[in-house]
Write a protein that binds this ligand. Sequence first.
Ligand code: PGA
Length: 251
Amino acid sequence: MIWVGTSWKMTGTRASAREYCDTLARADPDGWRGIQPFVVPPFTLIAQVHDALGAGSPFLVGAQDAHWAPPGAWTGEVSVPQVADAGAVLVELGHSERRAHLGETDERVNLKVEAVLAAGLRPLVCVGDSAQELASGRSADVVSAQIDAALAGVATPERVLVAYEPVWAIGECGRPPAPGEIEQVVDRLARRFGDSVQAILYGGSVGPDNAADLLRVPGVGGLFVGRAAWRAEGYLDLLRRCGTVVAENQG
Ligand code: PGA
């Protein structure tokens, strides 16, 4: 199964979410057979998106983070049982924007992975190398260490999704990678973790021009998309492009 999802990051309103979900609900899933699609809205919209997509929707709903502690006195935080109650079945953890600007650490990601698994949800652990680490040839080591830390003590790593998201490729200041640039790192990750985790996704400046080629990189088991999927039509276009790659592999 190939996983192709989008995080809306800090975007989206009730009105835009309604329109987005209506468009997804009208789309024909035949175009992306073999793909598990997922949408990760901000906390405020999880319940709405879950309800609008409805039971039986092919789209899974996720959360962009969750605290590791049970519900209690943590002002401003949201717990795993709360995101589950809102309809999330997967929880993104350790995104580089949180690591760089919001004090996210490997230790906290590990605590959160345990909490998410304990609640029966699926963690999506984001890891990535900086431009300096890439330049000095340390990418695979850095990223492997982040995964080791996230999975320390975890009894069921096979439920965990990993997203390799080079910091140098993410967001408006990021640079879309040539598929060849991520091959080595993905190969190292696939050899080291491929048999233990659910899948290794790629994320960072994925768009219509590079999605198919990035998905063809050996070891890449899906794509995690930001900006290019913030409009439903953009996301559906990417799903269809990925569906073509899956069909090629099956044919
Ligand atoms: P982007 O974000 O697709 O907008 O580069 C990707 C991500 O942060 O996962």
